[in-house]
Design a protein around this ligand. Structure first.
Ligand code: PEP
Ligand code: MN
Length: 363
């Protein structure tokens, strides 16, 4: 892969949580002064580092709530003053960036619908030149690692060195029961290429429903992510956008407690930096292997389900389990695929014989 070097500042130097995992929380959208203030007031006790709220919302349908617009900044300034929260908003254009910067916004994020669009990224990159605002880049809607890396490169080429990626899952027909498919191998592959790039997980947009948020956070924490961005609303059922996936402050606190978020500290070690870097690389590759192993087991289970179905049908019409023509064709196809992907004939033969034996036993 021909990737350009990206030149970013170490996360610990600009992470408001220092050496700990970053916690960003707040409503999907700013809706009223009351809503942002009551939400923020209830987030103070949970050690949230950055308050988030969408001011302009890129919605699928035009007649739904599209954000409160500029008036929201006066509300967010109050959040900042009263609770000392730094503030993050989403911007989609040079104009929105300018307004955000004029209104004392501390962090911006680029949404999934922006990261997918090179023209919008170019416009934003140009507008970011000569600023020093940290930028969170959400993964694009589709699982395109090059597109994501391209977005990082574009923003970085404007001189922005405080960059983190937000993993929010991918639109997919296979996402159920989640709103977006996590495809964990994508952020891990990104980490394999860019060890120093912080990756934050947004379980709210992966889940699409509060009931899945905790399990997604647990999974993300096993991958040693650099932080979380979570949607929290004082009254989720009244929310004007993403109502189903927003946690109440109480639910939010409970989940953080269940996953023991506050007590997780970065591991310290006495290794040389070279050894530490090597260990991190090995760790990323192992995380990939774990994901592939999970896929292999799940696929095998699906394969055996199909085998069992055939078994039932064969029984009904008295056809024997073993049919050598079919088996020869299966083996032939797998050997040829194996060749294509660099697997030896011996390995493919052994593996397929083991699978075949189990299939016959099942039938
Ligand atoms: C959001 O964070 O509210 C948002 C619109 O997210 P995404 O771009 O990930 O859909
Ligand atoms: Mn949202």
């Amino acid at each position: 892969m021909n990737s350009h070097q990206i030149n970013i500042q170490p996360f610990s130097e600009w992470n408001p949580a220092g050496d700990k995992q970053l916690l960003i929380a707040g409503p999907c959208s700013a809706e009223s002064e009351m809503q942002v203030l009551t939400t923020a007031a209830q987030l103070v006790e949970h050690n949230v580092n950055i308050f988030r709220a969408g001011i302009w919302k890129p919605r699928s349908k035009p007649y739904t709530f599209r954000g409160c617009g500029e008036i929201g900044f006066s509300w967010l300034k109050k959040v900042k003053r009263e609770f000392q929260f730094p503030i993050a908003v989403e911007v989609m254009s040079a104009n929105e960036l300018k307004i955000a910067l004029d209104n004392e916004i501390d962090y911006i994020w680029l949404g999934a619908r922006t990261t997918i669009n090179p023209y919008m990224l170019d416009e934003l990159a140009k507008a970011l030149e000569n600023t020093d605002i940290p930028v969170f880049i959400k993964n694009p809607i589709s699982p395109d690692l090059d597109m994501l890396i391209g977005a990082i490169e574009r923003i970085n080429s404007a001189g922005i060195k405080k960059i983190a990626v937000i993993h929010r899952g991918f639109q997919s027909v296979y996402s159920a029961p989640y709103r977006n498919e996590p495809l964990w191998d994508i952020p891990i592959k990104l980490k394999c290429q860019y060890q120093d790039l912080p990756i934050i997980c947004d379980p709210s947009h992966i889940a699409g429903d509060t009931q899945y948020i905790e399990e997604i956070i647990k999974k993300a924490l096993t991958l040693e992510i650099s932080g979380l961005m979570i949607e929290v609303h004082a009254h989720p059922s009244d929310a004007l956008s993403d109502s189903k996936q927003q946690l109440s402050p109480q639910q939010f606190g409970k989940i953080l407690q269940n996953v023991d978020f506050q007590n997780r500290r970065k591991r310290t070690s006495n290794n040389t930096p070279e050894k530490e870097a090597a260990l991190m690389k090995i760790n990323s590759q192992r995380q990939l292997i774990d994901i592939y192993d999970e896929q292999i087991i799940k696929l095998l289970a699906q394969r055996f389900e199909a085998v069992k179905e055939i078994g039932k049908i064969k029984k009904g019409v008295d056809i024997p389990a073993l049919q050598s023509n079919r088996w020869n064709a299966v083996m032939k196809q797998c050997l040829s695929l194996g060749n294509e992907f660099g697997l030896s004939d011996e390995f493919v033969t052994n593996l397929m014989e083991l699978i075949h034996k189990q299939s016959i036993d099942l039938q």
